[in-house]
Design a protein around this ligand. Structure first.
Ligand SMILES: O=C([O-])CC(=O)C(=O)O
Ligand SMILES: [Mg+2]
Length: 251
């Protein structure tokens, strides 16, 4: 029998610097279009909002943590004294360039983590933190330099609703499949999950799409009507190519 944890090869290691640079400059909207053109329609983690709008650009690879519902006899405050507790172990395992992505089953009555753990992630070089539940200490996250996205906030600690079980397994986050090593990109709109094997080509094509859309945007601002301009027909593309000669994409 196939172990579900091995249903896809683990993908690890840092992303190529040019892929990171490209993903840093494009929007999540553009990325979802690029993924849709490759057949992937469920890639945006709908409902998640940035906790610090000034630290809303995020690019990193997924380090996953899965929670199941809490049980009163197991999930008591004393468990945090154990450094092997999966939530604390996850925070102490996330490395530079990684995003801690938590599966809270979309439940946010209790937080998935708080400001001290968020600060520790920042000090460890994490690229961000994402949960489909809540965080606590949201005023800390509002000024922390760590990109952080959640579906909500809650003062209540995780043990009340969540029991951390697994690190680095495939999870669902906001109903989107996230495999360890996938690429999480966040902006002011929210978070998109880019399958790791597509990251390089999606990043490259997203930059090209945004360059074309920069031209289309300028034409619409100048008063052009939509037909033939958006989407661009061959004549519009011809004008774009002429414009692009003097306005190359920023690498
Ligand atoms: O969620 C928790 O219990 C941890 C917490 O408050 C923090 O990290 O500051
Ligand atoms: Mg706290």
């Amino acid at each position: 029998m196939t172990d579900v944890r091995e249903s896809r090869p683990a993908q690890s290691g840092p992303l190529a610097p040019e892929t990171v640079a490209a993903l840093r400059q494009v929007s999540t909207a553009t990325l979802t279009t690029q993924l849709m053109s490759r057949g992937l329609r469920n890639t945006f983690l709908a409902g998640l909002r940035p906790l610090n709008p000034h630290a809303a650009r995020m690019v990193g690879t997924a380090f996953t943590l899965r929670y199941i519902p809490a049980r009163e006899d197991l999930d008591v405050l004393g468990v945090f004294a154990d450094p092997e507790h999966p939530q604390r172990k996850a925070v102490e395992s996330v490395g530079p360039g990684q995003v801690l992505v938590m599966d809270c089953r979309g439940r946010g009555r209790a937080a998935s983590l708080g400001g001290i753990l968020g600060t520790r992630l920042l000090r460890r070089g994490a690229a961000g933190v994402v949960t489909d539940g809540s965080v606590r200490d949201s005023p800390t996250f509002a000024t922390l330099g760590l990109p952080a996205y959640s579906a909500g906030v809650s003062a209540t600690t995780n043990l009340v609703q969540h029991h951390a079980v697994d690190l680095q397994v495939p999870i669902g986050c906001a109903e989107v499949p996230v495999y360890p090593g996938d690429v999480l990109v966040g902006d002011g709109e929210g978070v998109v999950c880019v399958p790791r094997e597509l990251a390089a080509e999606v990043a490259r094509d997203a930059v090209a799409q945004e360059h074309l859309e920069e031209f289309v945007q300028a034409e619409i601002e100048a008063g052009a009507a939509l037909p033939g301009v958006y989407p661009p027909n061959e004549q519009t593309r011809e004008r774009y190519r002429a414009w692009a000669k003097d306005n190359p994409p920023q690498a």
